[in-house]
Ligand binder design. Structure first.
Ligand code: F6P
Length: 460
């Protein structure tokens, strides 16, 4: 496995000592269980700059750290990955910046990841490359190690042709991905965008989801919506200590009739401002009463040195402060805002404590929080409000779906979810749970790896 991040992140504490914590984001939580079963090595960055570490074993996983200097973090990770590709691939909800030195760093670091993977993979082995930070690795690896089976999976949306064309290095990125035997996407639309671009920009022959190279090798482009370890989450949610913690959370919130919950990385794609504004208006108009309902928003700190993320944090702080200042009373806030990350155990308790989960991104590859909430609701209670612009909306069709750009529409849907009766909620939840349990992370990995084996045996 090759991913920008290792599953654990090295952090420097206030007193200057270092510690490890689980890396942020959906990629790591989805991939870690797959790796535990397949017993491979995981090549990735350990999250701190200017530090070289030897390979090590953590929680049964073999980890192979890739070092990055402070300048490389700035140019490859914060720059090209998160200042160029991230906004470009998410519908340009923020303006992508194009800098040639960021691109140069991206090429250099992709080569470093490819070399590290080439060093540690056995003859005829399989390498699975993850996500937008490493799109050049498949081609680089193929040149270094033609014996390998190479897969790639993109965790974020693959943009429409009209947007992707903006990228000055569009052809190089497409060629990088084409080094893989199988390129996986979250949704069929992403796979179709990719095939169309390959035909137009690289000039290769395509037939449905197959791309034919000049030497007759084929690359397959297909959708594999990523999933979660559903039974693992359910088991966690049913533990007596989780149930006790969930009850304690509700008590600490003064036992409101309805707890709304949002859980996101603090990212401008997540639609946090629109969501908070919608709640602010509902509380201000009296349609929601702070004595009766509370909105808890957990925002996991993310990419804090990137300007757009810094500005977002300030905006959210101000917005929440204003709403609570206007509407709160001593001992009770309308919005409880937690800028922090929590372990899975605490997340499961929060999911158990929440009556309505609100997941309203402006654009999201999949969104695993929505699936985690569903997995934890084994008694079929609770309601999920879900953005049409999250990949998960295609599977969780019985959620209360919203257009996050439409604040009035969102307010109506929050109220509809709030006042839905038990039978309606249970009917929706049962159907969503069937989907989440039948299409879990094992199903995802097995179907991807089976197709990877098939295309590789055809290519040999
Ligand atoms: O799932 C998308 C993703 O960008 C992953 O690639 C990434 O590891 C995660 O979100 C969290 O972001 P970051 O690694 O930049 O903290």
């Amino acid at each position: 496995m090759v991913a920008n991040r290792l599953p654990v992140d090295r952090v420097v504490l206030d007193d200057g000592s270092t510690d490890w914590r689980t890396s942020p984001g959906g990629l790591v939580s989805a991939i870690a269980p797959v790796m535990r079963k397949n017993r491979g090595a995981w090549v990735g960055w350990h999250g701190s700059a200017d530090e070289e570490l030897e390979p090590f074993v953590d929680d049964d996983l073999q980890l192979v750290p890739v070092p990055l200097s402070a300048t490389e973090v700035q140019e490859y990770y914060e720059g090209f990955s998160n200042g160029t590709l991230w906004p470009l691939y998410h519908d340009v909800v923020e303006f992508p910046e194009y800098h040639r030195e960021w691109w140069d760093a991206y090429v250099k670091i992709n080569k470093r990841f490819a070399s590290r993977a080439a060093d540690v993979t056995q003859h005829n082995g399989t390498v699975w490359v993850q996500d937008y930070q490493l799109q050049l690795v498949p081609q680089m690896l193929r040149e270094m190690r033609p014996d390998l089976t190479i897969g790639f999976f993109l965790h974020i949306p693959f943009p429409p042709v009209e947007l992707f064309q903006q990228l000055p290095w569009r052809r190089q990125v497409l060629s990088g991905l084409l080094g893989a035997d199988l390129v996986g996407f979250q949704l069929p639309g992403g796979a179709q965008n990719f095939v169309r671009l390959v035909r137009q920009r690289v000039g290769l022959r395509t037939h449905r989801d197959r791309i034919v190279h000049a030497d007759d090798r084929q690359t397959l482009a297909r959708a594999y919506p990523i999933a979660i370890d559903a039974s693992g989450f359910q088991e966690l949610a049913e533990r007596p200590e989780t149930l006790e913690r969930a009850a304690e959370i509700r008590r600490d919130l003064e036992n409101p009739r309805t707890v709304f919950l949002g859980v996101d990385r603090l990212d401008y794609t997540k639609g946090l401002k629109q969501r908070i504004r919608a709640f602010g208006e509902l509380f201000a108009s009296g349609e929601l009463d702070p004595d009766d309902a509370v909105f808890v928003q957990v925002a996991n700190p993310s990419r804090e040195r990137v300007d757009q993320y810094r500005r977002l944090r300030d905006d959210i702080d101000r917005l929440v402060g204003r709403i609570n200042g206007d509407l709160g009373r001593i001992g009770r806030s309308a919005i409880v805002y937690l800028h922090n990350s929590y372990p899975h155990e605490e997340m499961a308790a929060l999911y158990k404590a929440a009556d309505v989960m609100v997941v309203t991104p402006l654009r999201d590859g999949m969104n695993l929080v929505a699936k985690e909430y569903v997995a934890c609701r084994s008694d079929n209670t609770g309601a999920l409000v879900l953005s049409e612009f999250a990949g998960a909306a295609k599977e969780l069709r019985q959620s209360f779906q919203v257009n996050p750009y439409d604040i009035n529409g969102m307010k109506d849907t929050f109220l509809a979810a709030y006042s839905a009766d038990r039978t309606d909620r249970a009917r929706r939840m049962r159907a969503m749970r069937r989907q989440v349990f039948e299409h879990d992370i094992d199903h995802w990995a097995e179907s991807y790896l089976a197709d990877l084996r098939d295309i590789r045996s055809r290519n040999r």
